[in-house]
Write a protein of this length. Structure first.
Ligand SMILES: Nc1ncnc2c1ncn2[C@@H]1O[C@H](COP(=O)(O)OP(=O)(O)OP(=O)(O)O)[C@@H](O)[C@H]1O
Ligand SMILES: [Mg+2]
Length: 311
């Protein structure tokens, strides 16, 4: 049974996973799927994750811009987010500007542990809560988050930093972010993996941290780039029976490699399902890659199907 992606009314969707597993491709596809379903989406890449080209738009900026109907996109850098936060706290613009320009403040800001994470979360919260003329600016904010090693400190920041900042504007933001992240009706964390041993192992560990330690709402994992099934059971059996010269033919070797490659991938899917005790969402390996025409759309239609699947 393929898994369902519980995306009904989520306001914040965070896509993470090991480096290079397809986080940006999945974020782009989710953005298309959600915008296609009529939701107004803001897709955000944190620290230049490579999202822009997959949305058909190179050169995303800190300010959201429309890249498709109902779909806006932006890039989020801690430096830009710092200016944003300081201007928010010090309503008097000149003071904020002077502070940002002061060298000692810059040195302090660069050295403050957890500050980049805090600033990214503050910016995301701002977009989730943003309203224009009494109406929400975006139905859903979709985040192409950094690879696991950086996403974990990001998602843990409200807890780790909350122990230092108990009062004041920082503490207030942390409390609001903590409430938002932990609320399964508003937030969903999506873990992307490829069907490979290292990526699957990292996904299982990350899942344990996010669900077990932080209590965050995490979706069934998305297994990206699953090798397609090229041969039926009879052909596979025939390939296995070939002997002698025929068995050494390059086409036979290539076909056997295909069969073996898929078998290993499915074994990794099984490991993941057993460890997390959940079915998974599968996305196909695309030979031309998601960047090719129709690539993101193909992944989007599979994700849209997973989102509308009966519970
Ligand atoms: N379903 C797929 N089929 C084939 N190739 C894919 C698929 N998904 C992603 N790729 C390829 O894998 C590579 C990594 O994809 P992507 O940039 O989306 O990963 P990422 O997790 O965002 O990487 P990073 O950690 O560097 O930000 C790219 O070259 C992309 O073309
Ligand atoms: Mg990326």
């Amino acid at each position: 049974m393929p898994a369902r992606l519980p995306l009904a009314a989520q306001r914040l969707v965070i896509v993470t996973g090991k480096g290079g597993v397809g986080k940006s491709a999945v974020t782009a596809a989710l953005a298309r799927a959600l915008a296609g379903a009529g939701r107004r989406v803001l897709a955000v890449e944190v620290a230049h994750g490579g999202l822009g080209p997959l949305l058909g738009f190179d050169g995303l900026k800190a300010t959201p811009r429309l890249v498709a109907p109902r779909l806006q996109a932006a890039t989020l850098e801690p430096d830009d987010a710092l200016a944003d936060f300081v201007h928010g706290v010090f309503r008097f613009g000149m003071f904020a500007r002077r502070l940002l320009e002061s060298t000692s403040f810059q040195v302090l800001a660069a050295a403050a542990p957890g500050l980049p994470e805090f600033l990214v979360l503050h910016r995301l919260l701002g977009w989730v809560e943003e309203r224009h003329l009494g109406r929400r600016a975006y139905d859903v904010v979709l985040v192409d988050a950094p690879a696991s090693g950086h996403s974990l400190p990001l998602l843990a920041a409200p807890r780790t930093l909350g122990t230092f900042a108990r009062i004041g504007p920082v503490a207030q933001v942390l409390r609001r972010v903590d409430e938002l992240l932990g609320d399964a009706t508003r937030t969903l964390v999506c873990l992307v993996t490829t069907p490979e041993e290292l990526a699957v192992r990292e996904t299982i560990e990350l899942h344990g941290e996010l669900v077990g330690r932080l209590g965050l709402p995490v979706a069934p994992p998305i297994v990206n780039a699953l090798p397609p099934r090229r041969f039926g059971p009879d052909d596979e059996a025939a390939l296995a029976r070939l002997e002698g010269a025929a068995a050494g033919h390059p086409w036979v070797l290539a076909a056997r490699h295909q069969v073996e490659h898929r078998r290993r991938a499915l074994a990794q899917v099984a490991t993941l399902r057993r460890a997390l005790r959940t079915p998974v969402i599968r996305l196909p390996f695309l030979f031309a890659g998601p960047e090719a025409a129709g690539g993101v759309a193909r992944l989007a239609s599979d994700l849209a199907a997973a989102a509308t699947r009966a519970a």
